[in-house]
Write a protein that binds this ligand. Sequence first.
Ligand code: SF4
Length: 439
Amino acid sequence: MRRTTNPVYAGVLTIGGEAPISVQSMCNTDTCNVESSLWQCMTLVHAGADMIRLTTQGIREVEALARIKARLRAQGIETPLVADVHFSPDVALAAATVANKVRINPGNFAPNAEEGRDSFTKLLNLCRQYGTALRIGVNHGSLGQDALLRFGDTPQGMCYLAMQWLRICKEAQFDQVVVSMKSSNTRVMVDASRLLVAAMEAEGMAFPLHLGVTEAGNGRQGRMKGAVAIATLLREGIGDTLRISLTEPPENEIAVGKAILRHLTLQPLRPSVLPPAALRLPPAAFTSLDSLVIALSCDIGPLLLDQKITDVAFEAKVGDRTLSREEINDITADLLQATRCRFSKPEYIACPGCGRTLFDIEKSLEEVKERTAHLKGIVIAVMGCVVNGPGEMADAHYGYVGAGRGKVTLYRGKTPVIHAIPQEEAIEALIKLIEEDKR
Ligand code: SF4
């Protein structure tokens, strides 16, 4: 049964309460480029996005968001727009007068909840005045010193951080709040969300949850990471809105999100059967490879993620074609890696890119994957910007991070080692760095 939550109103969209689970995405355009952002918003609307987020790192971006919103509304498009704010309470205040919803990251809104209390209360008051919803978007990679010192970068630290800020909302009697607990690690994301739900219940809070695995990358691996974690929680009744984060055109995120919801509606959770350690599935037929990936992620992913099973074997037909043993092994390897049961391939952490990305991140990720596919056990992050990227690279061995227009900085662990080189030279430099380290 779905968890009972407060309805939160973001323009025409209701999140939580009795409302259906919504699917959202984020533009990867420069918000100040109103024409291209508008074009991408329209593409997302046509793909079925229930809500669209745009990056608003400064006041200029907030002003551009206002123009984008006015142009959409003039065309009769009421899809709610969300302003994504990091670091600046002043920008959040400005965004609250324009956007239907503002997302803040409590890890970088203020050094801690006490120091941020005044500016956060101002933000809540302004949101109340303008009918703007708020998301407290906790990110595993940017918890802030207070939570890190107390709990480290753990699900407990994420829960602690979220609760600090949710308590201020509760004291201020502001209930138009959605909360998210994102990580690129599927188990951390699921554990943190479960802890948060328990902590909220203990304190009489019923804020809706936004679900997402951040920096999931692209292709099958990216889809599986998002789907296994989100399906695990949705099957427990947790989750009111979701975003599949992919380093791909954002409309692809909507298609995957909707496919997950469709699959879960058609395949409600079966009564709990205790499966053996390695589960053998009966042969099955699928209309496409994508539907097989969604079905495996949503039905088998939760069992693997919670370690109720340790392996899976299956046979499948896609259309008229029976999948070869090699194809099945490859798909199984991705599923086991997405659920963190077994690592047999390189692990890629990659953000979807946003208005802060000033190089071709989709192409770069493809190149990095192609050139490093043989490096089992290595973790490589491809991130769009130096502002949030390095903090959110988790435990990557190497980072390929945007450092200005067409420029990339390479990291060994958390240390920048090759600064702001042209994107065209970055892949060779990364390979050389890895070779020098004898990986
Ligand atoms: Fe945008 Fe990526 Fe930077 Fe996050 S890390 S702010 S998604 S470019």
